[in-house]
Design a protein around this ligand. Structure first.
Ligand code: AMP
Ligand code: GLY
Length: 429
């Protein structure tokens, strides 16, 4: 098979890494790719969100299968353009991707189908309407921009002043672009988060191994939200009773709801859950694999990824074919100085070869590019140092040992990936 992978982050590097293990794969292109993907696939300098250019690329290269990493091409309708031409692609349609592309759409979906989620106060098209509504909410309150905002569209406001400041920036100064034209207010849920990602061909589905992301930039969940500073996966995140509850109260009603609404969903469906005292509730849908969740998930993969994704595109997924390594995995993100705020690119990265010598470790590149005979930083999240191990403790030890061998100016990372899980801490792990 010849495969085209769209995207250029750590998630796409992880996909390319595992696709290359398949004996079915003869060639991989990646658009745009990054400094690490370059040595594992042919990178093409086209942005994944540039619909016309991607269609033209596929016309020229004729891949047997295309796999979409990020949300933008999905929300823009790339898969519809491919399917109209009978080209095999993994990813939901433009309509189905609204589950991520519009928070209002997804909230209405959740309500319509009786799924457990945070109570919504309302949706608002004007800042004055939000300010009025804020007089009768419980604090803290969650404020969400309706559209795609590159991970910056959700704010947990402790008081009116900070809420007003966020709404002003989003609705009056348009700092997040058109995604911020409409705002939604909802109740704050408390608990631990769980990323529950499913692969589906529209008829059958298979859950991937459970993961937890660490969204805040600093240890102990301090500081602003980021795209994700690290993730880990262990089956202990999902005891059997919780698995059953998620299946019966969330996953089954989601698939029934999609069918009732006439939405064919094919690809990865990410359920962002909050495990509250009154059971798991849906925080968000994403229409793709998470990043850095994908890095942790794929490190545990024990099946032929190309074969399975081809089955998904052809509508013949056999969930029994998805097998996973026991044990655990972890991904520690190394970020540029200043991220998630302003940062500079072009810093030389040292120690990559030494880090990758550690058994079970794979360095997945995100914001990197080649420069001369070295690699330099080229984004906020630079590397995802990923390790698999027989236990979470072992995976974390390998990942952090590898981290200690890598250096670039301004590099920062969280030292507590995998450690804030109280359930595991209570179990003495
Ligand atoms: P989203 O963009 O919807 O994925 O939200 C990003 C992050 O905001 C989530 O992963 C949570 O950490 C947080 N969040 C979203 N909605 C809520 C809520 N209702 N209560 C508490 N935290 C939330
Ligand atoms: N890591 C969260 C996300 O991919 O949306």
């Amino acid at each position: 098979m010849k495969i085209l992978v769209l995207g250029g982050g750590g998630r796409e590097h992880a996909l390319v890494w595992k696709l290359n293990h398949s004996p079915l794969v003869e060639k991989i292109w990646c658009a745009p790719g990054n400094g690490g993907i370059t040595s594992e696939a042919q990178c093409v300098a086209i942005e994944a969100g540039d619909l016309g250019a991607i269609v033209a690329l596929a016309e020229n290269t004729q891949p047997d299968l295309t796999i979409v990493g990020p949300e933008l091409p999905l929300v823009n309708g790339l898969t519809d353009a491919f399917r109209q031409r009978n080209w095999a692609i993994v990813g939901p349609s433009k309509q189905a991707a609204q589950l991520e592309g519009s928070k209002v759409f997804s909230k209405e979906f959740l309500k319509r189908h009786g799924l457990p989620t945070a109570k919504m106060y309302g949706t608002y098209d004007a800042p004055t309407a939000v300010y009025r509504a804020l007089s009768s909410v419980a604090w803290p309150v969650v404020i969400k921009a309706d559209g795609l905002c590159a991970g910056k569209g959700v704010f947990l406001a402790q008081d009116f002043a900070s809420a007003k400041d966020f709404v002003e920036r989003v609705m009056e100064k348009n700092e997040l672009g058109p995604g911020g034209r409409r705002i939604l207010l909802e109740e704050t849920l408390e608990g631990e988060e769980l990323s529950f990602i499913i692969l589906t061909d529209g008829k059958r589905y298979a859950p991937l191994v459970p993961t937890r992301d660490h969204k805040r930039v600093f240890d102990l969940n301090q500081g602003p939200n980021t795209g994700g500073m690290g993730a880990y996966s262990t089956d202990e995140l999902l005891p059997e009773d919780l698995r059953q509850t998620i299946r019966s109260t969330i996953v089954e009603p989601t698939f029934d709801g999609l069918a009732a609404d006439g939405i064919l969903y094919q690809g990865f469906l990410y359920l962002g859950l909050m495990l509250t005292n009154s059971g798991p509730k849906v925080l968000e849908f994403n229409c793709r694999l998470g990043d850095p969740e994908a890095q942790a998930i794929l490190a545990r993969l024990d099946f032929d990824l190309a074969d399975i994704l081809n089955d998904v595109a052809k509508g013949r997924l056999d969930p029994a074919k998805l097998r996973w390594k026991p044990g655990a995995s972890a991904c520690v993100v190394l970020a540029s100085g200043g991220y998630p705020g302003k940062f500079e690119n072009g810093r030389r990265i040292d120690g990559l070869t030494a880090a990758e010598k550690i058994s079970g470790v794979k360095i997945l590149h995100a914001g990197t590019k080649l420069a001369g005979d070295g690699v330099v930083t080229n984004g906020g999240r630079v590397l995802g140092v990923t390790a698999a191990g027989t236990s979470l403790k072992a995976a974390l030890a390998s990942a952090y040992e590898a981290v200690s061998r890598i250096h670039f100016e301004g590099m920062h990372y969280r030292k507590d990936i995998g450690a804030h899980n109280t359930r595991l801490k209570a179990a003495g792990d």
